[in-house]
Each structure stands twice: as C-alpha cells, then as structure tokens.
Write a new protein. Structure first.
Length: 111
C-alpha cells in the first residue's frame, strides 16, 4: 500500500510540474498510473470513448485527448525526473514545438 501511495504522490507531483511548464490545467482524477523502468510515467485520467490522440506539449511530455474531442484522457512523461527539475527553475525553457524541414537540407544544397 505504501508503494501505491508513493506512486500516486509522484503522479500528482508530475501533473503539477507539467501544469507549471505548459500553463495547462490537467484533470485531477487519476484512473491508472503506469511507471516504466526508464524514469517514465503514464497517467490515465479517463478511458477514451473513441481513441487516444497524443500530441507533444513539452519536451518529453505527451498529452492524450479522446479522438478529436477536447477531453484529456492521459499524460505520458518520458523522463519525469527531468520534468520535475525543469519545473523547479524560476524561468523554465519554453516549449517551441517540433519543427521539421522536409525534405531535409543537405550540405551540398547549402553551398
């Protein structure tokens, strides 16, 4: 039981850190918590009625919605220690999103 309470405490701490880093309000009710061996954590708030649709909202943080709806269903943090440390900073690094150039530029094209 103590391990379960520690895991829930960690999940709440991670949720608070993600809220601070993203200025988003996340659900407070936790349905399921799945830790992984590599410092990651998956937090399920609600089962999706349709399907989980995930999107990065911060570095190593993916938020899941129910299909195309606005209902938040889950949160996955790939390295919760890093997220917790970043949230402690007075001015955390803002998320700039994922920028990809296609086709990728090569050195030959640049000259």
């Amino acid at each position: 039981m103590e391990a379960k309470n520690r895991l829930k405490g960690l999940a709440l701490e991670v949720i608070e850190a993600v809220e601070r880093l993203t200025d988003m309000k996340l659900p407070g009710d936790i349905m399921e918590i799945i830790p992984d061996d590599d410092e990651g954590i998956f937090i399920r708030f609600k089962k999706p009625e349709h399907f989980d649709s995930g999107e990065p909202i911060y570095y190593g943080v993916i938020l899941f919605w129910d299909g195309d709806e606005d209902t938040i269903t889950a949160l996955e943090v790939l390295d919760y220690r890093e997220v917790l440390e970043e949230a402690k900073k007075p001015n955390p690094e803002p998320f700039t999103g994922l920028i990809r150039v296609w086709p990728p530029e090569t050195k030959e094209e640049e000259t």
